[in-house]
Structures are given as C-alpha cells and as structure tokens.
Design a protein around this ligand. Structure first.
Ligand SMILES: NC(=O)c1ccc[n+]([C@@H]2O[C@H](COP(=O)([O-])OP(=O)(O)OC[C@H]3O[C@@H](n4cnc5c(N)ncnc54)[C@H](OP(=O)(O)O)[C@@H]3O)[C@@H](O)[C@H]2O)c1
Ligand SMILES: [Zn+2]
Length: 337
C-alpha cells in the first residue's frame, strides 16, 4: 500500500509517498481502508522537527490521527465492527487501567497518547476506537471531526459555556478555532475571534462568528474586545502572549481553557489580576470518545457541518501541510488516500 510518510523533518518538503506492507489486524484490531484523513497542527509540529515525540530514528514516520473509511478486516475477538462498516476513528490511546480510565474522563489517562498512521491507504487501529458512521455522514466530513472538534467541544464544556455567554477565540480561523465558533453557536453563546486575515474572518462569520477582529497586536485586540463586551470564557489554542491577553479580557470569575502553543510555549500571567479577579485557567487535551459520538450525531442531525477548506489526494499531502504552514486555510485540510 502507499503511505504519505515524513522522510525528513524539514517541513512540507520532507513528505514522500512510500510503499509499505499492507497491515494485518492483530487481536482486538481492525484494518480500515482509509478514505479520508484530516491533518492537524500537531502533525506539522512533527514534520518541522518541533515535537519531542518523533526524531530522526523514527523515520520514515506516517502520521495522521483523524481516520475515516471502511473496515477491511478484523482481528480475533472483534465484534463491535465488521468488514464493510463505514467508520471514524477516535484517535485517543489510553491504558484502560489508570484511575482516569476507570472513572473518567478517559482523555486524562495517565498514559495518554494519540494514534498515528492515517495518511496511508490502510490503517491498523484498535477496533474499540471505531465509531460507525450514520447515514448521511461521508468519510471526508467524518475525518474533519475528531481532533479539532473533540478538543473544542471538551474545552467549551470545561469552561461551562452556556447560552448568552461571550466566548473569546484568539485564532478563530483554523481547525480548533472554527470548531469552537460553530459549537459555541449551537450552544447559543456569542463569539469574538481574531485572525491576521479579513477574508478568512469573513468566511468564519458565515459559520457563526459574531465579532471578528483582524489584528495580531494584542494591545489593539484587548481594546477592541473591551468595546464588544467582557468574555465569560477564553478558548486559547495559541498560548504565548495570547494567554495574558485572554486573562485580561475575561470577566471576574471567568475561565480560560488552554490546549495549544501555536504562538508560543511559554506565557506570563498577571498574578494579582488572577486572584483578585477570581479567574480560572484550565488545561485540556483532546476529548472523550463519547464527545466524538455526540459530535458525529450532531453532524448527522444537521446541527453543524465541519468546515473543510480543501481536500488533497495522497500524492499532494505535502501541499496540505504547506497550506497549513502558510496560514492559507479556514477550518480543516483533509487528505483522501
Ligand atoms: N491539546 C490538544 O489536545 C490539542 C488538540 C488540537 C489542537 N491542539 C493545538 O491547538 C492549536 C491549533 O491547532 P489546529 O490544528 O487548529 O491548528 P491550525 O488549524 O493550523 O490553526 C490555525 C489558526 O492559528 C492561527 N495562527 C497560526 N499561526 C499563528 C501565530 N504564529 N500566531 C498567532 N496565530 C497563529 C491562525 O491565524 P490566522 O487566521 O491569522 O492565520 C489560525 O486562526 C495547535 O497549537 C495545536 O497543537 C491541541
Ligand atoms: Zn489510563
């Protein structure tokens, strides 16, 4: 089979299509014919050599978390799915033994890791991590859901966002950003988001963004947000200077949930503002498999449609990563092996 592998950790030029042996399912596993696999900034970190998870010894490395397709074959002991089933993968990998696996939420597993391997014609996965696709949800749509939408969904829950709340979303145009805007809209919350691009903001307004601020200057953004309102919650996937910004714009007792570090891996906080303002900062990673099930159901019921900017054949996987690096896209980029 063919796979789009990272053969050098130098950015998009390091992606090559290689031949690999067809995978065989072991006990408890399934092999999926991959129809679609979305990419995430997590994959780009790896490709740019900026992830501790993968180094030169691991090459060639096949990434790809968000797999959707058709079950080809199942291993011993698998009864939850059968060959021919249309499925989407929850990319969580958990130990099943720690207290969080026993009592939940599973994404807090002490040995949490992520599935990699979807940028290929076939993927060998844990069968228990496959969810059936309802009628009307095609594989490309399904592949756009897991990482971005599970993460945004879980963050909105951790922030207790409810109807009428104002949610601040720095970086509202990418995978997690657009997902946050769309899901906040379903809840009945209002959103204020930022981007460096007015045309990208215009597209996100069509998806439910209430207020768009085209700026990357955090002082300017702070003033513009204050003119709009006082956010009850901040969904922060950028980190860096956007953390202090988020802290200052949110209301007394507000919650900022952080899941990423696109704009920087360290942030400073104004300590006194935090304690005098009774503010909360919460870390969050991915979501639960049940979050994914709910999201797939919401899509099937027509509550929202994951935003897909562009699809690429496997041979053009490097172009998908270049589009992400160059900040060209709105929402998700999906490879169709
Ligand atoms: N912990 C978790 O479980 C988890 C899960 C998913 C994602 N994440 C993290 O969340 C972040 C977003 O992931 P994603 O896949 O949604 O990425 P993405 O689609 O590439 O996000 C693009 C967004 O980030 C903005 N952006 C890009 N570079 C920026 C920079 N240098 N400074 C400020 N804004 C910048 C873009 O703004 P413009 O519109 O201006 O281009 C756009 O709004 C990543 O850090 C990722 O690792 C974490
Ligand atoms: Zn565990």
């Amino acid at each position: 089979m063919r796979a789009a592998a990272f053969t050098e950790l130098i950015g998009p030029d390091g992606v090559s299509v290689i031949d690999r042996d067809d995978p065989e399912p072991g006990p408890g596993e399934a092999v999926v014919d991959v129809a679609a696999c979305a990419i995430n900034r997590h994959d780009l970190w790896i490709l740019e050599g900026d992830s501790a998870m993968v180094d030169a010894d691991d090459l060639p490395f096949v990434t790809g978390l968000d797999v959707a397709g058709t079950v080809r074959e199942v291993g011993d002991g698998v009864s939850s799915v059968a060959p021919g089933d249309a499925v989407v993968l929850c990319p969580n990998e958990t130990c099943g033994e720690c207290r969080f696996c026993r009592e939940g939420p599973e994404n807090m597993c002490e040995n949490f890791s992520l599935y990699h391997g979807g940028l290929a014609e076939a993927a060998r996965v844990e069968a228990d991590r496959l969810l059936p696709l309802p009628d009307g949800v095609d594989a490309t749509t399904a592949a756009a859901i897991p990482t971005a939408y599970m993460t945004a969904f879980h963050m909105l829950r951790r922030a207790d966002v409810g109807p009428g709340d104002l949610v601040f979303v720095p970086g509202a145009t990418g995978g997690v950003g657009v997902a946050t805007v769309q899901l906040a809209d379903i809840i009945g919350a209002r959103t204020v988001g930022t981007s460096s691009s007015e045309s990208k903001l215009e597209r996100v307004r069509e998806l439910g963004l209430d207020h768009g601020i085209r700026s990357t200057d955090t002082d300017e953004i702070r003033e513009r947000v204050a003119e709009i309102g006082t956010p009850d919650a901040v969904i922060n996937h950028l980190g860096g200077e956007y953390t202090e910004l988020g802290q200052h714009v949110m209301r007394r007792g507000g919650t900022m949930v952080i899941c990423g570090r696109t704009a920087g891996g360290t942030s400073s906080i104004d300590v006194a503002d935090f304690f005098l303002g009774h503010k909360r900062v919460v870390g969050s990673t991915m979501g639960t498999q049940d979050d994914l099930r709910r999201l797939v159901d919401l899509v099937a019921e027509g509550e929202f449609e994951p935003e897909i900017d562009e699809t690429f054949p496997l041979e053009e996987t490097a172009d998908a990563f270049a589009a992400m690096r160059d900040r060209e896209s709105v929402g998700k980029l999906v490879v169709e092996p």
